[in-house]
Design a protein around this ligand. Structure first.
Ligand code: AMP
Length: 407
């Protein structure tokens, strides 16, 4: 077991608005995945599914007529984790935390003071941060000896300049934290680390990484560092998404408030849950469903999704002063050749020619021979990145003995 003399494991928790995903790895930078699972539909009809490293289902559970919130879901995951590990020690638990504010440009070991600071960021990410913090608090109570590490979606973007981060707002608001933070950082971090291992020359060049999933964003990366991203103050900005608008003229919000008399809550619901592919198609937020639909509204929604990506690629290319590689990742980026092909068609002016056969097969390299701009498909793995960081932080913490704790 490379780098894992204790036989210990690292657990990863990724709590979203209505789900808690989790994974267990052997410790070590590339330690084997042992189990992966999620509790989803929290608050509705909660259900849990766990698979082993080969993808075989290990456990399925359902809760009927029960309000399983994030805390209780965490307790259920801990209980199951104990069963699955059968006495194998856990070295620590890594968490995805959406917001690390201006303070964290890297993952951090969690203590009372860090947790308090992360709590102050709740107003900046009210839909995500409280869900991310709930499992941390639940574990700190149930197993106070267990080391916990927070890995931030914003941290990767802290390399951006103030110029890239500032809005044209009065200084007082910028100073109060109303600025661009950028998200999906763990995904970008994973892709950059993977490229550094597998294609080091590409990793050092000017890249645009397109994270196209239910949430979607672009990141401009130069020499492995984020220089610009499409998501801003919140995860609403930039690209059109499954149910989120992406960039919107702020005047639309004034119109909705003043003319339509919509409340802040209703506007929030509209922007986060009723727009994007779902809102434009009126059919679904799911790209697979839209690709199969004969309805013209489905095609219109996809066309707008692609158009927005192409426009924002232009913006990222400008921020980089030119671009060498375009990397597709996440659910749509990894699995939908049609979206990649349509985006590539809009990037011909940047010198991109796709090899359509390679693209159809979803190979790593999808550009044609002689294409000036190169294009790639690289599957992301945010949970792996969290496990890696957690193991590294615990191994390097002052006074760390990597003593296994009891889950
Ligand atoms: P994610 O949030 O990264 O899990 O991505 C979810 C999105 O990926 C959804 O819109 C899915 O429809 C889309 N997706 C997953 N698999 C495919 C596929 N084979 N073809 C097209 N879209 C897909």
């Amino acid at each position: 077991m490379e780098g894992n003399p204790t036989g210990g494991c690292i657990a990863v928790l990724n709590a979203g608005s209505s789900s808690v995903k989790f994974a267990l790895y052997e410790a070590g930078d590339n330690g084997a995945l042992l189990f992966r699972g999620q509790v989803e539909q929290l608050g509705l009809a909660p259900r849990m599914k766990v698979v082993d490293a080969r993808g075989e289902t290990v456990t399925r559970r359902k809760w009927t007529n029960e309000q399983l919130d994030h805390r209780r879901a965490t307790e259920e995951i801990l209980k199951l984790g104990r069963e699955l590990l059968a006495g194998r020690p856990v070295l620590g638990i890594g968490h995805r935390v959406v917001h690390g504010g201006m303070r964290f440009d890297a993952p951090a070991r969690i203590d009372g003071e860090v947790l308090k600071y992360l709590g102050t960021l709740v107003p900046l990410a009210p839909l995500h941060q409280p869900h991310n913090l709930a499992p941390i608090e639940a574990i700190a109570e149930a197993a106070p000896q267990m080391p916990q590490v927070a890995c931030f979606d914003t941290a990767f973007h802290r390399s951006q300049t103030a110029l890239a981060g500032n809005f044209a707002l009065p200084r007082e608001l910028t100073d109060a934290g109303v600025r661009r933070y950028g998200f999906h950082g763990l995904s970008y971090d994973y892709i950059v680390a993977h490229l550094a291992e597998t294609m080091p020359v590409l990793a050092r060049s000017r890249l645009i990484i397109a994270h196209l999933g239910n949430g979607a964003s672009l990141c401009a990366v130069d020499e492995g560092k984020s220089v610009a991203s499409t998501m801003g103050f919140t995860a609403l900005d930039g690209l059109m998404m499954g149910t989120r608008t992406g960039a919107l003229d702020p005047g639309v919000l004034l119109y909705l408030m003043m003319e339509r008399r919509m409340s802040a809550k209703n506007i929030e619901d509209l922007l986060y849950r009723k727009s994007g592919l779902l809102g434009v198609s009126g059919i679904s937020s799911d790209m697979r469903t839209l690709r199969q639909s004969p309805e013209p509204e489905a095609a219109e929604a996809i066309a707008l999704f692609v158009y927005r990506i192409v426009r924002e690629i232009g913006s990222m290319a400008a921020a980089l002063g030119g671009v060498d590689g375009l990397v597709f990742t996440a659910g749509i980026g990894e699995n939908d050749p049609a979206t990649r092909s349509e985006v590539a068609a809009g990037c011909r002016w940047l010198g991109l020619t796709l090899d359509e056969e390679r693209n159809r097969r979803g190979e790593t390299r999808i550009h044609a021979e002689g294409s000036r701009l190169t294009a790639w498909v690289v599957p992301t793995d945010e949970e792996r990145m969290i496990a890696r960081y957690t193991g590294r932080i615990l191994a390097t913490a002052p006074g760390s003995t990597l003593r296994p704790a009891v889950l």
